[in-house]
Design a protein around this ligand. Structure first.
Ligand code: C2E
Ligand code: MG
Ligand code: MG
Length: 441
């Protein structure tokens, strides 16, 4: 047992002046006291951390006084909801801790987390308006998740971090699987950082064709990484990791530079389509950075298209809108990627100025067999026609899918049927081959 004895000053417990709850120091004291109490007969107990989602923007928008009222309401609700014998503290500006002496295992912690989450999701009355907010939770059960105060708190924090990563209003109880997953993510992060420095991340290109003529009109750039130890790592894994760990900008800039350089060797009428990540759409400096790169490389901005997803646009719509407007003003075209799978809102198509919509593979892969998918694609195509947007169907693998899409009036397509992503040299060969085919027609 590595816990220390109780602080003799416990009589005047440190409190948070705003809410009247105990503060971070008090959390430590409570946990130490509980551990000392149980030293003879070790029985588990649980600590939880609750962090409000998006509190800062609310505070900025409604002012500090409103923010304080919200925090007091949260304190009040948590105190009212926790089971008897439990204690609530405010440990940081919008973070609360809960000590649960009678919660012994994961299920119990999860249930309490869900109950507290419900309690905090009810609207908060600010007099002239009401606001809604949610909170994320992380729990750690003593002694499995740590037998020192520091470890227990650190692991509750890890669980909270995981909840935050999964979106708003999530509840996570620390477990060995989570520990393993965090460890793997950190190893991957290190390998990726090294790979970027060693210039080991490559770009491959997948053709996008005009479905009416079957001719190539452009290529989508897709990041590729094959690590000596880890093997092939999907961009769907390492791109979000780079975003989360804060180095998406250097990664994306390196990829764009490589992709733009490769595009210089293609026929001038072909465009380069490049994926932007959500973090980049939250940073107002993005448009300037991207334009500087293609300018340096010498690629005409009118040959560049940027693919963004609905989810990315949603994170900070105002900034995203400004970035899209700046890029379009410079001649870059913008397409909405994976359309139909995110938290789709058709309003987004009206509010944003896009040039193109890419229908997600989920609809295309079922188009030949499934009537519902066919109707959805038909509706998207006709809506885009009305909005004067171009349409690309993603993930065409079969001839029958291509035929169906053509019949539905879809203008462009992309998928293994037309070509798998390939490196810059193979792409040049592909273009040379296509050129010969076209010349023979
Ligand atoms: P995405 O932008 O929707 O890219 C299309 C994905 O579908 C690619 O997966 C592509 O290889 C795959 N695909 C294309 N045709 C077919 C097909 O016929 N069948 C099947 N089963 N799959 C097909 P990939 O390369 O693994 O990329 C996954 C995602 O990672 C991309 O989805 C994109 O969101 C992201 N990504 C890739 N490269 C980059 C990059 O350079 N920057 C950023 N921000 N994201 C990237
Ligand atoms: Mg894409
Ligand atoms: Mg896509």
């Amino acid at each position: 047992m590595t816990f220390f004895a109780l602080d003799p000053l416990d009589g005047n417990a440190p409190t948070d002046p705003l809410t009247g709850l105990g503060n971070a120091q008090q959390l430590q004291r409570s946990v130490l006291a509980l551990a000392a109490e149980r030293a003879a007969d070790p029985a588990p107990f649980t600590i939880g951390l609750a962090n409000l989602d998006g509190f800062k923007p609310i505070n900025d928008l409604f002012g500090r006084e409103a923010g304080d009222r919200i925090l007091c309401q949260v304190a009040h609700r948590l105190t009212a909801c926790v089971p008897e014998g439990a204690a609530v503290m405010r440990t940081a500006s919008d973070e609360f801790a809960i000590v649960l002496p009678l919660v012994f295992e994961r299920n119990g912690a999860e249930k309490i987390g869900q109950m507290l989450r419900e309690a905090l999701s009810a609207p908060v009355d600010l007099g002239d308006r009401t606001v809604r907010l949610s909170a994320s939770f992380g729990f750690a059960v003593y002694p499995f998740a740590g037998d020192t105060f520091e470890n227990l708190l650190k692991n509750a924090d890890t669980a909270l971090y995981r909840s935050k990563r999964r979106g708003r209003g999530q509840v996570t109880v620390y477990s060995h699987e989570i520990a393993q997953e965090m460890k793997r993510a950190t190893q991957l992060e290190q390998a990726l950082r090294n790979a970027i420095i060693a210039d080991e991340i490559d770009v491959h290109f997948q053709p996008i064709v005009d479905l009416r003529t079957d001719s190539v009109v452009g290529f989508e750039a897709l990041a590729r990484w094959c690590d000596a130890d880890l093997g092939y790592v999907s961009p769907a894994l390492f791109v979000p990791l780079a975003e989360e760990r804060g180095f998406i900008d250097p990664l994306s800039e390196m990829l764009l530079r490589k992709a733009a350089q490769a595009a210089l060797s293609w026929p001038k009428e072909l465009f380069l389509s490049f994926n932007l990540s959500s973090a980049q759409l939250m940073d107002p400096a993005t448009s300037g950075r991207l334009l500087a790169i293609i300018n340096q490389v010498g690629l005409d901005p009118r040959r560049l298209e940027l693919e963004i997803t609905e989810t990315a646009v949603m994170a900070d719509a105002d900034v995203a809108q400004k970035i899209v407007a700046d890029l379009r003003a410079a001649g870059v075209r913008v397409s909405l990627d994976d359309f139909g799978t995110g938290q789709s809102s058709l309003g987004r198509l009206r509010d944003f100025s896009f040039d193109k919509v890419k229908i997600d593979r989920a609809f295309v892969s079922r188009i030949a067999a499934d009537r519902a998918s066919e109707h959805i694609v038909r509706a998207i195509v006709s809506m885009c026609e009305g909005l004067e947007l171009e349409v690309v169907a993603e993930g065409i693998e079969e001839f029958s899918e291509a035929v169906k899409l053509k019949a539905l009036g879809c203008g462009m397509g992309q998928g293994y049927f037309y070509g798998k992503p390939a490196d810059a040299i193979a792409t040049m060969r592909y273009l040379a081959g296509r050129h010969r085919v076209n010349a023979l027609r």
